[in-house]
Design a binder for this molecule. Structure first.
Ligand code: GDP
Ligand code: MG
Length: 842
């Protein structure tokens, strides 16, 4: 006859003795456990061909060695290794009873869960889904009524079959959260390196949990000075982060795990919940209310992130501007120094473009840290779990994806909470589709150019939504192809609500935010230099067009036209006095180009000009010139002051404030006109018909030259080489060159486009760049650019972190390749279909 040992474990008063009596009848033996005066009840029964020995363990709430009963129960389980443990739980008090169950599962002993007192739960209108419970815990579950012997037969059947098939489920891994897990890992490492009698016997993770939990028994047996030091350090770190001790955090994590299970498996037809946390959950996890509450909170988070982030963004921008001007001042103005260009355009420009988003990202992470530390985020993930499951993902994938709206790098690191590798890889692959903060300037540049004011907000939403929809689609596809496999039984932890501590929240925010800064300091720094070099070299020696001759000609034409004004000023047609004055002015501007205002040369040039002008005014026809200059000065001032006032007060066009400013300007112009209407007319003509077209032409020539430079540079050549490939997407070589920059970091795209279009330093507010875009592209092409930037290859930092987190270069390359391909296909489809349908001005 085969022998099987069954141990009954459970909380006091869960009905262990009642079940024990039913199993064993009269055949009982009462003694003491060796060495201690704790009662040991043993009995026997037969089940078919099997002889069963039943041991009733002391009733305990936990397996941590706080009391002698707990030590006895645990040691029996660990030393005697019964074939099956029957865990008897009072189902009418499920959450508290599952605490022991969870610990038994963490220990990994083969077990059956008996939901005793099932008559009481039924009477109270509580319904427990044994199926879900069994799946979540990974063990069979049987309902019993102990004192009446109901369900005992089934319980025995299940226990015996479990004992005979020898199937041991893997120990349950409770997720202890992002603060505890790293400490557990480091203690586990220290323990594994130490020689001690326990390491061979127990799983290292279990030992680490017990040690952090301050389990007296385990500590006594295995603590060495090294382990003590590690434990002390961990406790200190944890106290700093959460203001709590490890044993409390561990207990809370277990209760969170249990709360998650109960939320899934327990339905109550009558309201039995009383605790505040339960009342909050009743709203937050409510099927109808939960989602609106969640969406409202998310709206608040994003709204605050962007409004509160604006002022500090301005400060950072000014700081970088200051740095770049100060640094430029070390060289003479207009200097062609390579070092200056590298420092100012390459490094400060590139890194500044990234650091500017730090406030946004920190604020987003701050808000998420508050929501996480308070316990809400776990509810949000729980809420999303059902939805996430539809796309083949785990509810826990939700937080990384949310973080992805800030920056993909910390988001991918946050996937560490996902135990299932298929879930984790899928989440890592699709997270970059959540449009990160760095992509925002691209949209901010493009949307206002091509879409009417009423549509602009919607366009932004559409872009974000496309990203989310693609992430969902891609996740489904990945989950059913490359990362196939059943979703393992999952439990969403529902930790108790907490008031977050300031320190803890700040630490958590900084942990993620600093990753973003690190990206700016390392990868982006290096790439800024590389991109700068790519766009600056090789230098063109001989231009296709003679720009110098072109500027000379433009100048000559301008001066010739100045003579046409002579009749208006009452001068003879061949008088050169006005032309000479204008020429002197141009010479002044050209000379001052080489100096900063505080430099001597700058003042000297001004002096020289003043002398020259005075001489002209004192010479032949000098009086006419003087009045022309005076009226011109008045007109220029009136316009200048109007522009400054508008910029400062920023009144809406057509508003009363705007009208008042215009009125005062016009009054001043009228005054100038009164002085001499004819000369005034000449001044207006000079400003409008001569001066403005001349400056515009000079800018055009300069831009053409810069564009030729860029086209000749390596970046331009790569862009050109790419052109046949990206032409079907509606992109030209200029977009190609800018996309090259976007691969380094999305935020570089805008700056790069600015260089391509030779509009000097560009940011998303740059009007000059906007004009260029409007001139060169259609709304359909613009939409394609945004789509491509949204979907395509994530930045280098993301690829690097994917490689580290997956431990595989292959997966990193797969992410790079597949997202780029997806971007290509989607943009191609949108552009070609849009073109055929004639949408968006194509
Ligand atoms: P132990 O402390 O775990 O050994 O629990 P006991 O077996 O002594 O049971 C405690 C009390 O619960 C006793 O009065 C039992 O009669 C009662 N009891 C045990 N099982 C059930 C059950 O399934 N339903 C109900 N209503 N009472 C039960
Ligand atoms: Mg008892």
């Amino acid at each position: 006859m085969r022998k099987v040992t069954i141990a009954l474990a459970g909380n006091p008063n869960s009905g262990k003795s009642s079940i024990f009596n039913h199993l064993t009848g009269a055949r009982q033996h009462v003694g003491n456990y060796p060495g201690v005066t704790v009662e040991k009840k043993e009995g026997r029964c037969n089940h078919g061909e099997v002889e069963i020995q039943v041991v009733d363990l002391p009733g305990t709430y936990s397996l941590t060695a706080y009391s002698i009963d707990e030590i006895v129960a645990r040691n029996y389980l660990l030393e005697e290794k019964p074939d099956v443990v029957v865990n008897i739980a009072d189902a009418s008090n499920l959450e508290r009873n599952l605490y022991l169950t969870t610990q038994l599962r963490e220990l990994g002993v083969p077990m059956v869960l008996a939901l005793n007192m099932s008559d009481v739960t039924r009477a109270r209108g509580i319904e427990i889904d044994c199926e879900i419970l069994s799946r979540a815990l990974g063990v069979p579950v049987v309902s019993t009524i102990g004192h009446k012997g109901q369900g005992i037969g089934e319980l025995l059947d299940t226990a015996v079959s479990l004992a005979s098939n020898g199937h041991h489920p893997a120990p349950l891994k409770v997720e202890y959260g992002r603060d505890l897990e790293p400490e557990l890992a480091s203690i586990q490492q220290v323990v594994e390196q130490q020689e001690n009698p326990l390491t061979g016997k127990y799983a290292p993770r279990w030992l680490a949990v017990k040690l952090l939990e301050k389990d007296a028994d385990i500590r006594r047996q295995s603590v060495s000075p090294v382990v003590s030091a590690a434990l002390g350090q961990s406790a200190k770190k944890l106290a700093e982060r959460s203001g709590s001790s490890p044993e409390i955090m561990i207990a809370e994590a277990r209760y969170g795990f249990i709360a998650g299970i109960c939320q899934e498996a327990v339905r109550s037809s009558v309201e039995v919940r009383q605790q505040l946390s339960d009342r909050v959950d009743a709203v937050v996890l409510n099927r109808g209310l939960g989602l609106p509450v969640f969406l409202g909170l998310m709206y608040l988070v994003f709204h605050l992130t962007f409004t509160l982030g604006e002022p500090p963004m301005g400060w950072i921008e000014s700081a970088f501007q200051w740095a770049s001007t100060t640094l430029s001042g070390w060289w003479p103005r207009g200097s062609e120094s390579v070092l200056k260009s590298l420092l100012v355009d390459g490094i400060i420009g590139g890194v500044g473009a990234v650091v500017v988003f730090l406030p946004n990202i920190l604020l987003l992470f701050l808000a998420i840290a508050i929501l996480e530390d308070s316990g809400y985020m776990a509810r949000a993930a729980f809420l999303m779990d059902r939805l996430m499951h539809k796309i083949g993902l785990h509810g826990k994938s939700f937080i990384p994806m949310l973080l992805g709206f800030g920056c993909s790098v910390p988001a991918i690191m946050a996937t560490r909470t996902l135990e299932n590798r298929a879930d984790r890889l899928t989440t890592i692959m699709v997270t970059p589709l959540m449009s990160c903060g760095a992509r925002l300037p691209i949209y901010a540049l493009i949307i206002p150019v091509f879409f009417p004011v009423g549509l602009q907000g919607w366009m932004l939403w559409i872009i974000y939504l496309i990203g989310i929809a693609l992430a969902i689609g891609a996740a489904r596809v990945l989950r059913s192809t490359l990362f196939r496999g059943a979703t393992v039984p999952f439990v969403m932890e529902l930790p108790p609500y907490h008031l977050p501590t300031l320190k803890g929240v700040l630490i958590h925010m900084w942990e993620r935010g600093s990753l973003y800064l690190k990206k700016a300091g390392t990868i982006i720094l290096a790439l800024s230099v590389l991109l700068w070099a790519l766009t600056s070299y090789p230098k063109k020696e001989h231009y296709d067009q003679d720009y110098q001759a072109m500027t000379g000609q433009a100048r000559k034409d301008f001066l010739a036209k100045v003579k046409d004004l002579n009749p208006d000023l009452g001068l003879p047609g061949d008088s050169v006095v006005l032309a000479q004055a204008v020429q002197a002015e141009l010479a002044l501007a050209a000379e001052q180009e080489h100096y900063y205002e505080h430099e001597i040369g700058y003042a000297q040039a001004q002096e020289k000009y003043n002398d020259h002008l005075e001489k002209l005014k004192g010479g032949k026809h000098g009086a006419a010139l003087a009045i022309f200059m005076e009226i011109r000065e008045m007109v220029t001032r009136a316009h200048q002051e109007f522009d400054q006032a508008v910029e400062k007060a920023g009144p809406e066009k057509g508003s009363p404030a705007d009208a008042a400013l215009e009125k005062s300007r016009d009054a001043r112009l009228a005054e100038a006109e009164k002085l001499n209407p004819k000369v005034y007319g000449a001044v207006v003509k000079f400003r409008q018909d001569l001066e403005t077209p001349y400056t515009e032409q000079m800018t055009r020539i300069k831009r053409a030259q810069e564009a030729e430079d860029l086209s000749y540079s390596l970046a331009g050549r790569i862009g050109h080489a790419m052109e046949p490939l990206i032409k079907p997407l509606g992109f030209d070589w200029k977009i190609g060159t800018a996309l090259l920059g976007a691969f380094a970091a999305k935020e570089v795209f805008v700056a790069q486009l600015g260089i391509v279009y030779s509009v000097g330093k560009a940011d998303e507010g740059s009007e000059a760049l906007r004009d260029q875009l409007k001139y060169h592209y259609t709304p359909l092409q613009a939409f394609g650019i945004m789509l491509f930037c949204l979907i395509s290859a994530p930045c280098i930092a993301t690829i690097a972190v994917t490689r580290r987190e997956t431990g595989s270069t292959g997966w990193a390359l797969f992410q790079l390749g597949s997202l780029t391909l997806l971007a290509y296909l989607v943009t191609l489809m949108v552009y070609q279909v849009g073109r055929l349908a004639g949408i968006g001005g194509a």
